[in-house]
Ligand binder design. Structure first.
Ligand code: BGC
Length: 329
């Protein structure tokens, strides 16, 4: 089932819609504004449906949002230090929006209006990010697809092509709460990562790749997330099938994540300032967790990190899959 509803209007008069697809036990609603996932509904262990992502009630609240709730992030998810990088011997200067650094692309992709195509089980958003947007080189033709799989999982596919060599790092910024509300104190997490990339005071990676052994970053076996304010990139071990598992014993819901990206930002919402969310719920720190699959932050300036380079004429494709199931008591 696919349903389109009008949601709001941009200052230039362009209409913004919500698209809902419901199939195989999962209901996803997303908008052509920022490809925002406004709602993701899956059953708990008793078969009761619940929304597992944070969101707001109205389009106006999303327009004002400063926390990227549910949005597609580009051209470069997370940070680029000094809002600049060198490519092919040329210096590129980006929009600085967090002190002197660039966070989530600068103006980014998350508040743009995208073209849409839908069918019964998928929604595809497309746009062209013009050469020089936020300072990045190349006309970038980019698409973000949300598809509900036969098992009810959500598969996100990113595709892109550029007219000039550029750097690219696309992700989704959903804040998960597998109990559909309240805090995430009971949530347990496993990340197939032996290493993480430490950061300096302004959250720019130092360039080191450190072992998680004996640190709070060791999630190699499923364990409670705890209260440590995580906002860090983990180096995913691609030899493992399921790279990340998030489980809430209270509801029984579980997410199993796979991706072809080299890293994942674990963000426990430590910077989510108190605010009113969906249905009047009070949001803040410790109420959700973002699992942002990505290139390592500041890779354009860190030659030792996997390269986020997309060459002119090459076709970029990347997949991240969230499978939902429940664990019985
Ligand atoms: C970043 C955080 C940032 C947040 C913004 C996350 O992806 O890692 O540092 O505060 O996005 O909502």
């Amino acid at each position: 089932m696919m349903k389109q509803t009008e949601w709001g209007m941009l200052p230039d008069g362009k209409k913004v819609s919500l698209y809902t697809i419901k199939c195989n036990g999962t209901t996803l609603t997303a908008s052509n504004y920022g490809c925002i996932i406004t709602s993701l509904i899956v059953p708990d262990r008793h078969g009761n449906e619940g929304n597992i992502v944070l969101g707001y009630d109205s389009f106006e609240e999303y327009c004002k949002d400063d926390a990227y709730l549910g949005a597609a992030i580009g051209r470069y998810a997370n940070r680029i230090g000094g809002a600049a990088f060198l490519l092919n011997g040329m210096g590129y200067h980006l929009t600085a929006n967090e002190g002197k650094n660039t966070l989530h692309g600068g103006e980014g992709f998350h508040k743009r209006l995208w073209e849409v195509d839908t069918d019964e089980h998928s929604i595809i958003f497309r746009r062209i990010s013009p050469d020089g947007e936020d300072g990045f080189p190349g006309n970038l033709t980019v698409s973000v697809e949300y598809a509900i799989q036969a098992d009810g999982g959500l598969a996100i596919t990113y595709e892109a092509e550029t007219t000039r060599d550029t750097v690219l790092c696309l992700t989704n910024h959903s804040y998960f709460n597998l109990n559909g509300g309240g805090n995430i104190a009971d949530h347990q997490l496993r990340i197939a990562a032996e290493h993480y990339t430490p950061v300096d005071k302004s959250n720019i990676p130092t360039g080191e790749i450190l072992s998680v052994d004996g640190t709070e970053f060791d999630f190699r076996t499923l364990r409670p997330i705890g209260v440590y304010p995580f906002d860090h990139n983990f180096v995913l071990n691609k030899t493992q099938g399921i790279m990340v598992e998030l489980y809430a014993p209270k509801s029984g819901r579980r997410i199993a994540l796979t991706t072809d990206m080299p890293g994942m930002q674990l963000y426990t919402g430590c910077c989510l300032t108190p605010r009113k969310g969906r249905d009047g719920e009070q949001y803040g720190s410790g109420m959700s967790v973002c699992l942002e699959t990505q290139h390592f932050p500041d890779s354009p300036n860190k030659p030792r990190f996997p390269s986020p380079l997309l060459r002119a004429g090459e076709r970029f494709q990347s997949h991240t899959v969230f499978v939902f199931d429940v664990v019985e008591n």
